[in-house]
Design a protein. Structure first.
Length: 313
């Protein structure tokens, strides 16, 4: 058993994460869609593309930047990422004695949708305007009820037989605490197939799957069943960038992944992600990541597993 029943919820969460985090492993997967992070040091800003998740911080602090806007979250807070977004994240407060500790839960649309179907209209916040649009990333304080529920979910790792029977129910409680909490509108929209967030998600998934192709905003707007002007406005509200800027960042992140494997093939990486001009590719890569492509790839290879720690939450 990894915790003392008399601990408060945050202290219990710290002990559970410490108990279950793999030694020398930046991110440890414990249950389907559930993982923990333990970083004994601060990390350099490194980029990745997120997925819809909630990360609850038990100790330390981290910063995540989305197109120049920085979000900072620390012990007792949670951060929700509602879409696949190109971000740069790094741990800013951690030490061997007090490492950065967090638990991450994947926000699966089908589980949220099932909960909303069973609990409506109780899941609806009447104070939220019908046309409200969430942001791609949001930070809030975690309630004691949320900390308690996520702690009980982690505690099930110690008893696999109990986890098989109870994990889905405890995850459902965690989702309910999120739906009825300060970021409830965002979580609800992840689960609603016809919400603006879900409709934008269609366009974003298309860009991610076809990042090397020419982007036509009119076709993306049709995919999201919006007018071009409405699509532009809502896309920017959620991602803080235009569709063209989003595609560029996705291309550069993909090129970076390719270069880690083959740092000598800069021109090939650029062509593979849709750039016709090697000089334009190198210029935009350096502007985004701070170093020319080959030098940045070698630096990433030297940092090894630290990248996973920086990006995991």
């Amino acid at each position: 058993m990894c915790f003392n029943q008399g601990m408060d919820a945050l202290a219990r969460l710290r002990e559970l994460i410490t108990c279950h985090a793999g030694v020398g492993v930046p991110r440890t997967f414990l249950l389907p869609g559930v993982s923990v992070i333990c970083s004994p040091t601060t990390t350099e800003p490194l980029g990745d593309v997120t997925e819809p998740t909630v990360a609850i911080v038990a100790q330390g602090a981290k910063e995540t930047a989305l197109n120049g806007r920085t979000y900072t979250y620390s012990a007792g807070q949670f951060v929700i990422t509602s879409l696949e977004l190109p971000v740069a994240g790094h741990v800013v407060l951690a030490s061997p004695d007090e490492p950065f500790l967090a638990v991450v839960l994947k926000l699966r649309a089908e589980k949220i949708a099932a909960l909303l179907l069973e609990t409506a209209p109780a899941a609806t916040d009447p104070s939220t305007p019908a046309d409200a649009m969430p942001t791609g990333i949001a930070v809030s304080d975690a309630s004691p009820a949320l900390l308690d529920a996520i702690g009980r979910l982690l505690a099930l790792v110690d008893t696999p037989r109990d986890a098989a029977a109870l994990a889905d129910g405890v995850e459902r409680e965690v989702l309910w605490r999120l739906i009825t909490g300060p970021q409830g509108m965002t979580v609800r929209q992840i689960g609603l197939a016809d919400s603006r967030l879900a409709l934008l998600g269609r366009a974003i998934r298309w860009i991610r799957g076809h990042y090397d192709q020419t982007l036509r905003v009119e076709e993306l707007a049709a995919l999201a069943t919006m007018s071009v002007s409405s699509f532009h406005r809502h896309f920017r509200a959620v991602t803080s960038m235009t569709p063209i800027q989003y595609q560029k960042q996705i291309r550069l992140h993909e090129a970076r992944t390719r270069l880690v494997a083959k740092p000598e093939d800069v021109a090939g990486a650029g062509f593979a992600v849709g750039y016709d001009s090697p000089s334009q590719f190198s210029r935009e890569y350096r502007r985004m990541f701070g170093l020319p492509p080959a030098r940045d790839a070698m630096r990433l290879r030297d940092t090894g597993g630290d990248e996973d720690t920086a990006l995991a939450a």
